[in-house]
Design a binder for this molecule. Structure first.
Ligand SMILES: [Fe+2]
Length: 256
């Protein structure tokens, strides 16, 4: 929150100004134990309820290695594969900084992890959400390209004073999307993949709307920051989401 205030005062800041050392050595034995608990619990909970490319990414990036991942080690696998790399940040970054990072294939990762008392709820995304939720699919070439494109769309929308359009697109494609795979409903979004409570809720609750994904619907559908979503957009497939988002130009985003 404090950073948002800084950014509004000094809008010319570069994304590099928000990067901090991960200080992996500073994670305690308890921090690593919390990661291991979250990881084991979430993998078991998800099972095959998530798109298969997500599980491929977990394996490719060796995220099942015990303890909080060291970003340098992760980048040594991820960057040669898709050109994406992770950097540590102290917390949420402003939208324009976030989209600028994405547009350069840089993903910000919180340099902290929740406590054992906060396993199921936290106010700001920690490294478990960022790494477990987001990074596996960034090992997928086409998804990697799509996420860079979302960054460029975000910068264009903010420059036009229409940042909410890109935020909604991001929310309904990258964070809270569902997708069909082999005729079954699967989790696609990072916010769902990393959530203990909402992952099953999004697939199974009968109290929410599930509507077909389109970029037009995504851009016009409000979302909730602080509660389970009242509606989820369901894509015909991961590839379809990627194709639809990549086909979206900044001009069309502003006109939808
Ligand atoms: Fe996220």
């Amino acid at each position: 929150m404090r950073q948002e205030a800084i950014a509004r005062d000094q809008p010319l800041q570069r994304w590099q100004d928000y990067v901090v050392p991960q200080c992996w050595e500073a994670f305690t034995v308890e921090d690593h134990a919390v990661w291991d608990l979250l990881f084991a619990r979430q993998v078991e909970l998800l099972g095959t309820r998530v798109v298969s490319e997500f599980l491929d990414g977990i394996d490719l990036l060796r995220l099942s290695h015990p303890g909080v991942p060291e970003l340098a080690e992760l980048n040594a696998i991820l960057e040669p594969r898709t050109g994406w790399r992770t950097v540590a940040v102290p917390g949420l970054v402003p939208d324009e900084i976030f989209f600028a990072m994405l547009s350069e294939r840089v993903f910000p990762v919180g340099n902290f992890i929740r406590t054992r008392e906060q396993l199921d709820y936290l106010e700001a995304p920690d490294c478990f959400h960022d790494l477990f939720g987001h990074i596996p699919l960034l090992a997928h070439h086409d998804y990697a390209e799509m996420t860079e494109h979302v960054g460029r769309l975000g910068l264009a929308a903010i420059a036009a004073g229409e940042g909410h359009r890109a935020a909604r697109l991001y929310w309904h494609s990258v964070e809270f999307a569902l997708a069909k795979e082999g005729g079954e409903l699967k989790i696609l979004g990072a916010g769902l993949a990393s959530s203990f409570g909402e992952s099953h809720f999004s697939l199974e609750s009968e109290e929410v709307e599930r509507l077909p994904f389109s970029v037009e619907r995504a851009v016009n559908a409000p979302y909730k920051h602080d509660a389970f979503q009242p509606r989820y957009l369901v894509s015909a497939s991961l590839d379809r989401t990627i194709r639809d988002v990549l086909a979206l130009t900044p001009e069309r985003l502003l006109a939808l």
